[in-house]
Design a protein around this ligand. Structure first.
Ligand code: NAD
Length: 458
């Protein structure tokens, strides 16, 4: 079944190559309309999967996708137009340009943490590029997956867009197929499996992976401002955000002040006026039992090794819930400094000198982002020149995802390739190089044998 569907999609993709812009535009407009008229259903599915509040669904899931559609609708004529390139002197008289063509039939594999956004935003780019697409959403967000199935079935012919639900067996079978591109969002470990499978068919990949994104607060920075932004960046979706600040450096002299300020902000945002985080409709849940057990173990491991819980820590397996939790006295021997946390635990590390911070960041795999809270341009430059990451964000965190003109992605262990806006369109396109020579004209004569002594002096 999978094999036949992918074959049909590949055939269709060849036809799509000649597809007019209007057919892509029509699909994107239908998709936008569907999202708008099914907003309530999308909210229900995300509440069932992750207890996401409706306002958060609008901001982090659907509005972003609609923005991506709008950007594509507006800019498709420009993105699909031939782009002229410059002319070296020995090519005078020729014409050369780049023409984006659809890569073909593509596979989009998505995770459970922003299950609507991270399935549909890449689909928008694939449709804009003229590809056929096969979606494989996460088995851990079944309500959103079921809704995505309905969306795909209602809107598209199977050979244009289709969906396969399921876990590892389904994904493994899909990965055997000779897709023309694979766009994977998920963990670094599974990213390696995807890339290995893609290599067998020489399929190109975009890998949007995870990692440990550090945040640094410069001494003297407005703590209230930093705390407000870190509170939402870290604890939205219960910390299950790939670009959440994973761990935080605070200057030794400001540690207690910052912790108190952060505590106040977290209580204001997520503690239902002191009634409890578990009773606040704006605070989400952990996706499933194994994930909460993993977070519990991480916290226990840290405490056994000397970490101090500054605030939070309460959790419940039954309710799949963990309070926003801040720990200090952290060491590199703890699991929470070795693995991506992907939950509401924030380790705070104190520092005296920025050089020490940079050294610690350099020792870890390259992250999706480095966040710097500073007003000092020299510090920005120092961080920019001495650390490598998918993004460097100054004086905020996680908002880079919402900037549709800014290519999004990782480097090394946090991924490869870029998405969003034009970058997303290019991920699903082959930029074909087209070169036109004039009839009866050649490149300079010295390129043609017999060479004799013609090449001397080059
Ligand atoms: P995951 O890697 O476990 O799963 C992602 C997808 O891969 C799912 O559809 C799943 O069914 C499939 N999968 C899982 N195991 C597989 C296997 N052995 N073979 C083939 N397919 C397999 O990730 P997750 O738990 O769903 O999501 C969390 C991870 O995703 C975190 O590491 C997070 O940082 C990362 N993430 C990255 C981004 C980004 O844009 N860079 C965005 C969101 C999440």
């Amino acid at each position: 079944m999978i094999q036949e569907t992918v074959q049909a999609q590949k055939q269709k993709a060849l036809k799509n190559q000649q597809s007019t812009l209007s057919s892509r535009i029509k699909k994107l407009e239908q998709l936008k309309e569907w999202i708008k008229s099914n907003q309530k259903e999308i909210e229900k599915a995300l509440y069932a999967d992750l207890r996401k509040p409706a306002a958060e669904v609008a901001v982090t899931e659907t509005s972003f996708v609609v923005m991506e559609i709008n950007a594509a609708l507006k800019q498709l004529p420009k993105w699909t137009a031939p782009t002229k390139v410059g002319q070296p002197i020995h090519m005078l008289g020729t014409q050369a340009y780049l023409q984006a063509e659809p890569k073909g039939a593509v596979l989009i594999i998505s995770p459970w943490n922003y299950p609507f956004n991270l399935s549909v935003a890449p689909l928008v780019s694939a449709i804009a590029a003229g590809c056929s697409a096969c979606l494989k959403p996460s088995e851990h967000s079944p309500h959103t997956s079921a809704l995505l199935r309905r969306m795909v079935t209602e809107l598209f012919a199977v050979e244009d867009v289709t969906i396969f639900e399921g876990g590892v067996p389904v994904t493994s079978e899909l990965l055997e197929q000779p897709f023309d591109h694979i766009f994977f969002t998920g963990s670094t470990e599974v990213g390696k499996i995807v890339m290995k499978a893609a290599a067998k068919n020489l399929t190109s990949v975009t890998l949007e992976l995870g990692g440990k994104s550090p945040a640094i607060i410069d001494q003297g920075f407005d703590l209230e401002d930093a705390a407000k932004k870190i509170a939402i960046g870290k604890f939205i979706n219960s910390g299950q955000t790939c670009i959440a600040p994973d761990y935080l450096f605070v200057h030794e002299s400001q540690k207690q002040d910052f912790i108190e300020t952060l505590k106040a902000q977290v209580n204001r945002m997520y503690n239902a006026n002191g009634k409890g985080f578990d009773r606040n409709p704006d605070y989400g849940r952990i996706i499933h039992a194994p994930h909460i057990v993993r977070l519990q173990n991480m916290l226990k491991d840290a405490q056994t090794k000397g970490a101090h819980v500054e605030f939070g820590g309460k959790n419940s397996l039954d309710q799949q819930f963990m309070e926003p939790t801040v720990v200090s006295n952290v060491s590199e021997a703890m699991d929470l400094m070795k693995e991506e946390i992907f939950g509401p635990i924030l380790p705070i590390i104190t520092y005296h000198q920025l050089d020490d911070v940079i050294q610690l960041i350099q020792l870890k795999p390259k992250p999706l982002a480095v966040y710097a809270f500073t007003t000092d341009d020299r510090i920005i430059e120092q961080l920019s020149k001495n650390t490598s990451s998918g993004a460097l964000v100054i004086n905020d965190c996680a908002i880079q995802f919402l900037h549709s003109e800014l290519p999004f992605g990782g480097i090394g262990a946090s991924g490869m390739g870029r998405s969003h806006g034009h970058a997303g369109f290019l991920a699903f396109s082959n930029e074909k190089a087209i070169l036109k020579q004039r009839t009866g004209k050649t490149l300079p004569k010295l390129l043609y044998p017999p060479y004799g002594l013609k090449t001397s002096g080059i």
